[in-house]
Write a protein that binds this ligand. Sequence first.
Ligand code: GDP
Length: 253
Amino acid sequence: MTPQPDPIAATATTSKPGAMTPTVSAQVAAGWMHTARFLITAPELHFLPALQVPEIAFVGRSNAGKSTCINTLTQQRQLAFASRKPGRTQHINLFALGKQGITDAVLTDLPGYGYAAVPRQDKIRWQQVMANYLVTRENLTGIVLLCDPRQGLTELDEILLEVIRPRVEQGLKFLLVLTKADKLKKTEANKALSIARLQAGGGQAMLFSATKRRGIDDVSRQLWHWAHPPVDPTAPAATEATPPANPVDDTPA
Ligand code: GDP
């Protein structure tokens, strides 16, 4: 089966006024990703502040290449490795995104699951924290599941897919990122991508390699689009009752 081109990759690379679906250049998306800064860490969902901006969660099995992917996308060497600091390894870690210090989206790093050395009780607790976050976080807009295609989806990945399926069916965005693509031959990579597209259900799948810098533009642009949906000109104008996307307190001190 010939893999279909990625919808985002197949679109124009610059914004076109009047186009049906606005597109973003790789440069703009990369600049936006680079603004990522640590926001907050929390052991459970109820410690997180309620936010109005779109939130995109990165999930995956331990060693899938998630930290490397986040650091590569944000062009920061240590950002996601901050999630590994003592005390944060089983925490929900949030990073703010947005130019000029104005947060217009949030990236969530959910530390990897399935690490053999973690005690069973801790594993179960973490799976519950994750499931609770993925099912109930209100501003969650999209989920990026990282997977090493040499191993394929593991049992825990499949469980996670089941957990999020109802939300994906209701419109939650989903992207399956096949990491370490440099480890695969071209034919293997194409086959893995075809399978991943089927496994992604209504979502998408992309190949990624931090080493070979493959897929960075496509994933960055996809995330930008998730966080900046086209404005519906027919939608009623926001009323005063609607909180702003990023409430900023600019009252003089
Ligand atoms: P995490 O546990 O999911 O955060 O995984 P890491 O980002 O720490 O990566 C796990 C291992 O995979 C490390 O040894 C990385 O150097 C390696 N790795 C991550 N991304 C790539 C990649 O694109 N290509 C290759 N060849 N190795 C990678």
